[in-house]
Design a protein around this ligand. Structure first.
Ligand SMILES: [Zn+2]
Length: 337
């Protein structure tokens, strides 16, 4: 028998030599291999192991926030929840990976009793402050699971936005979430869609957020449905969100002119007088934070000119936006056993 690996979702064995792609993480030269499960259709990277130091470093945070339109994408994602989630289901809602509590604020306004957990202590502190509540905890899901068991806590709804694709034990993660739900309770929210528009452009960039050790799993609609089904959820609904029009511009720029991110960071760094900060701010935010308003406005002008040049190309993609966005929104129910 050749050496085998096990699918992290359905436990089917695949041959170790059957990987489809090799990727080297540029920060520490760790090599990862991508596998595809023929049974459940998940794509995943080996070694499948979360690197905790990586989450504590600022390496990724800084260029995640650099991605243009990130807040537009978050908003689309929030909207999907409030559009699709059954309006008669309310009660205790736990957001896993709640960050600074942006989603929890909307959920509170919609009548949920809000709870949250996140790895990051700083985010948890600001969520508590922003929301004026103390039901947000700097804990892992495992730690919170134990805490909830002690306090006899169960939830009506558990949400996780861009969390599942980070897991090195996704099946166990889903089963643990199920254990925190009341019978008839719901899970909801999203994972990145590996069948989105321009995905080949995203994956050309070795620093992209869609690679390990940031993301280990890549879902399609069918693989997400299978994963939820295998974890014992019922009434599974998965929706492919639309590609935001505004995101066409940075993607078309990459497609037509190549990767200008380094140059853009340099320019923003010059305006801010600090290259590190150049990664963290969008062009629109520069005028607010820059010591030199004039230079900030020049960059805003340049961006508008770029968009004007790309507009005819962007219009050509209008028919392809539907269902080809970044996210797969899902919701599913804890079926009674
Ligand atoms: Zn599988």
């Amino acid at each position: 028998m050749p050496p085998m690996l096990t699918c992290p979702i359905c436990r089917t064995e695949v041959e170790e030599c059957s990987f489809k792609e090799v990727y080297v993480f540029p920060y520490n030269n760790q090599e990862y291999k991508r596998y595809e499960c023929l049974n459940c259709d998940i794509h995943w990277w080996e070694p499948l192991k979360i690197v905790p130091e990586f989450y504590e470093s600022e390496v990724f945070e800084s260029y995640i926030s650099f991605h243009e339109g990130v807040s537009a994408r978050l908003n689309d994602n929030h909207k999907a929840f409030f559009k699709h989630f059954p309006s008669n289901v309310r009660g205790k809602l736990l957001d896993v990976g709640c960050g600074d509590g942006r989603f929890l604020r909307h959920a509170k306004e919609q009548g949920f009793e809000i709870w949250g957990i996140d790895f990051d202590k700083k985010s948890v502190e600001s969520a508590k402050r922003n929301l004026g509540i103390d039901t947000v905890f700097a804990m892992s899901l495992e730690e919170f699971y134990e805490y909830a068991k002690e306090k006899n806590l169960k939830f009506d709804v558990i949400t996780f936005f861009e969390v599942l694709e980070h897991q090195d034990k996704p099946r166990e993660f889903l089963e643990m979430v199920k254990g925190l739900l009341k019978e008839g309770g719901y899970i909801a929210r999203s994972v990145p869609n590996r069948e989105r528009l321009f995905v080949e452009i995203d994956w050309k960039d070795p620093f992209h957020w869609d690679y390990p050790p940031h993301h280990f799993l890549r879902f399609s609609k069918s693989s997400l449905e299978k994963a939820l089904n295998l974890a014992g959820f019922k009434d599974i609904e998965v929706y492919k969100l639309d590609f935001p029009f505004i995101e066409l511009f940075p993607h078309l720029e990459k497609k037509l002119f190549g990767d200008l991110d380094k140059l853009k960071i340099k320019l923003k760094g010059m305006v801010l007088g600090d290259e590190r900060k150049g990664k963290a701010y969008a062009v629109e935010e520069l005028a607010k934070v820059s010591p030199s308003k004039g230079k900030a406005y020049i960059l805003i002008m340049l961006k508008l000119i770029r968009n004007a040049i790309l507009l005819p190309f962007a219009l050509g993609y209008i028919g392809n936006l539907k269902g080809n966005g970044f996210y797969l929104y899902f919701q599913a129910c804890h079926g009674s056993v």
